[in-house]
Design a protein around this ligand. Structure first.
Ligand code: PMV
Length: 328
């Protein structure tokens, strides 16, 4: 009745931006990501506890944060088809939460896999991905390592909306992602609210959906060929298009800061000098740089020269895995 899982966060190369179903967390378009190591979240779940308790990163979770965790475990109870009693959850991450690398993706992936294992359910990546998705959309892509594609699906019940691994972490071991933290502040508009307002008010949103869906198979081909330059260009244009559709929302949503733009400008100049480095950007000001192992030190130096207060260097990460040591 107790299980512990370690999962890595992921960074989308083709972003997910906008839900067609808010309750089930179903996206309008497919997306594609890379799982990132060595950073990770470890989560222990135990059923049959005294009372429901949720501790996240050293603090007792409250309000909607706690509710989201307990709702996911309710779905595990339904899958188990029996009364598992109250649950105790403890979760800890080892990376700066300000990184803008939503710890929620790794956290909900770890929670889904650990929840199923604690309930005695068999390992099942598809079922875990669907469960993780219901905690936070991008979490469905953190159940497995390497390059994962979240297929939007068509069904109203979401049973065909989950992530599948296209290439494992070993496929392109030389690839590097460098997280450049230029701004530690909490973002003003959470992804959840930002994407909702974009879906509802941006006249460019339908164009985003069509374009992003078409970029997924292109990205897959470039990853198969390990074509860093073409993949870097695709990542940049996909990030710009996600931010453009948000800028066109009413009221406009701008996640970029002057530091973000300064870094992007500098990166372009470096590229002209032959440094192979591109960026992607989630719903926040901190760019994530895409490069290869030979240039990760140069990418870090570039980020620091542009005022990055913290830099996290990442390599392709593996699957969410069960650990024999528990957090309590
Ligand atoms: O899963 P959420 O609600 O944290 O949304 C993630 C949205 C982006 O990070 C901007 C894009 C993505 O695909 O991860």
């Amino acid at each position: 009745m107790k299980a512990t899982v370690r999962a890595h966060p992921n960074i989308a190369l083709v972003k997910y931006w906008g839900k067609r179903d808010e309750a089930l967390i179903l996206p309008h378009q497919s997306s594609l990501s890379l799982t990132l190591a060595p950073i990770h979240v470890t989560t222990t779940v135990e059923f049959g506890a005294q009372a429901d308790t949720v501790e996240l990163h050293g603090h007792a979770a409250k309000g909607s944060e706690r509710d989201r965790v307990l709702r996911l475990l309710d779905a595990v109870r339904v899958q188990a088809g029996r009364d598992l009693g109250p649950a105790k959850v403890v979760s800890r991450g080892d990376f700066p939460m300000a990184a803008g690398l939503a710890s929620s993706a790794a956290g909900f992936a770890a929670l889904a896999v650990a929840g199923r294992a604690a309930a005695g359910l068999p390992e099942d990546t598809r079922a875990s991905s669907i469960l993780a998705r219901r905690g936070s959309g991008s979490a469905c892509r953190s159940v497995q390592g390497g390059f994962c594609e979240w297929q939007r699906g068509e069904r109203a019940d979401g049973e065909d909306s989950y992530a599948v691994q296209r290439f494992d972490a070993g496929h392109w071991a030389d690839l590097r992602m460098v997280v450049a933290i230029v701004d530690r502040g909490e973002k003003e508009v959470k992804s959840r609210d930002g994407m909702k307002s974009t879906v509802e008010t941006s006249p460019y949103y339908p164009a985003w959906v069509k374009d992003a869906e078409a970029e997924v198979p292109r990205a897959r081909e470039l990853i198969a060929k390990k074509d860093l330059e073409a993949l870097g260009e695709l990542c940049e244009r996909n990030a710009w298009r996600m931010h453009s559709t948000s800028l066109a929302a009413d009221p406009p949503l701008c996640y970029l800061s002057s530091a973000t733009l300064g870094l992007i400008q500098h990166l372009r100049e470096q590229r002209k000098k032959g440094v192979p480095v591109w960026f992607t950007l989630d719903a926040g000001p901190n760019p994530v740089l895409l490069t290869d192992a030979a240039h990760e030190v140069a990418a870090e130096a570039l980020a620091r020269a542009c005022g990055a207060v913290e830099v996290v260097r990442c390599v392709p990460g593996g699957d969410a895995t069960l650990l024999s040591e528990h957090l309590f």
